[in-house]
Write a protein that binds this ligand. Sequence first.
Ligand code: PEP
Length: 250
Amino acid sequence: MRKKIVAGNWKMNMLKDEAKKLFSEILSMSMESSDHKITVVFPPSIYLADFVRQNNGKVMLGAQNFHFSNKGAYTGELSAGQIKSIGCDFVLVGHSERRTLFMEDDQVLLLKIKSALESDLQVIYCCGESLEEREQGIYINKIRNQISLLKTFSTEEMMAISIAYEPIWAIGTGKTASPQQAAEMHDLIRAEVSVLFGAETSENTSILYGGSCSPTNAHELFKCNNIDGGLIGGASLEANSFHAIISACQ
Ligand code: PEP
C-alpha cells in the first residue's frame, strides 16, 4: 500500500533559533510516523545534524540538495552518503527552483537520483509545468517527459521514489491548482508510472501535490484519489498550518 506523505520544504528560511523553535513545535504536534503516513522535514542542511539528535521519531528528515558525486574535490558540496550517514532518510530532486535557478538538467537529476538510491535514501522527485506551458497546452507532454526520466530505474528502485507534482505557477504564488487541475495531472502521472513500471508499482507510488497548499485547500486536494499528500513550502514555516495540513491528509 502506498504511503501518505506530507513534507515541509523550508528552503533557505529560518535562522538557528527560529529553526529550533519551529522544529520543536512540529515535533510536539506531529503524530508518530507510521508505515502508512509519514511527515518529512527538509530544513536548511546546516540544521540537519541537530534535528536528527532532537528528533523523537515523529518525523523523518531530508536534505533539499546534495551533489551527485560520492566524495572528492567539490568545495562547498555535500554528498548523499554524508546525508545518510548523519541519519537522514530523504532527499528532494528536481525542484523547479533547482532546475531553473541552478540549471539542473535531466542529466544532473538522473545522477542525483542514482546517487541517492545508492546511499539508501528515499527520493521525492518533483515535476511541474510553467504557466506558459499550461497556457500553450503543452503541459501534459511536459509532465510526461519529466516522468519518463525515471525509466532508467528498476521497479525495485522505484519503491524508493515518490513524485511531487508542483505546477511552477502555483509555487509560492498563492494560486493553488484546483482539485480538478491537480487530479488530472496526478491521474496522468500514475498512468505514466504504470506504463513505465507496471500497475502494481504505480499503485504503490506516492504522488504528492505541491504549490500554495494551505490549511484552507489541503482537504479538498487530498480528497482526490491519486493525491497522496503534499510537498509544502510557505505553509510549513508555521507549525499550526503545517500541522493542519498533516491532519488533512488521511
Ligand atoms: C515548494 O516550493 O515546493 C512549494 C510547494 O512551495 P509553496 O507551498 O510555498 O508554494
